[in-house]
Design a protein around this ligand. Sequence first.
Ligand code: AKG
Ligand code: FE2
Length: 329
Amino acid sequence: MDGKLVSSWYNLHSSVPQSYVQPPERQPCNAVHVLSTNQKVPVIDLGGHDRDDIIRNIIKASEEYGFFQVVNHGVAKELMDDTYKIFKEFHAMLANEKVRESSKDPNGSCKLYTSCGGNINDVAKYWKDSLEHRCPPSGEFTWYWPEKPDGYREIVGRYTQELRALALRILDLISEGLELNPNYFTGELSDSPVVISHHYPPCPEPSLTLGAPQHKDPNILTILFQQPEITALQILKDGAWIPIEPIPNAFVIISNGRLKGAEHRVITNSSTSRYTIAYFIYPRKEAIIGPAKPLLSSTSPPIYSSMEFGEMLENLYNKGPNFENELHL
Ligand SMILES: O=C(O)CCC(=O)C(=O)O
Ligand SMILES: [Fe+2]
């Protein structure tokens, strides 16, 4: 594991170590982008009976915001509570236990890291620790997952299965809304999902730090379960940061593509640890990522080049978000 976990030392400090102080233009209250508390991202009721209406709302939200929350999504509250609890217990274990439980795969399919891992483009560190592992539908890699806290594999296994079903359902609605084949996203575009459990400990000077940098997710769809009561996630829209207030038992959906890939970030707070669980639909490394062919025509030519997903990710990690400009044709 690179660097010491924030959770191991945060309570020994009354100020933020210099390496965590963001440059002024990135600090949460900078004047570059204002905070817009009167805007809300759309909330979509997946339990509604009018499928066409749900599709229209999802497409509209994805085009306008690239972000929406879903309620009545069918994932049981008990399972969400159990999963939240098991990840919280994981982060509460001693550092050496956490490292032991998350380092079983020499190839790193399961890992624990602090800040954003080893990204060379970061100017300052981020106030968070994260446990990340693959969770494909085949069940492969489960033997590298933590076995502690007791019940981890069983609960996280059930949760990631349910989240996969929900993600495929949403992707199905999106495909229909874009007039793509209903199975457009099944198979290699979606069968390498990853789950990340984030822990943002209390921070003595939230105005100087960030929990996660301004970024777009590089995958197809993200389903985020955020702890209720703490508003820390923000999305950038039309030059303003909109806070995403947690709705109990709702998920936040972050989309990408013709549908907007929304820039978002996480701020910290001085009083309470915040926990979130991000489930990412990832394509296989070899899958070719590019504009959906059925959507192209002579009047609607591709604006991005195509490449293997693995190659795109590597470039993104090495060159940073500006790599997106290189993809423009
Ligand atoms: O923890 C959050 O609120 C957001 C996490 C996030 O943006 C990510 O994992 O990509
Ligand atoms: Fe993200």
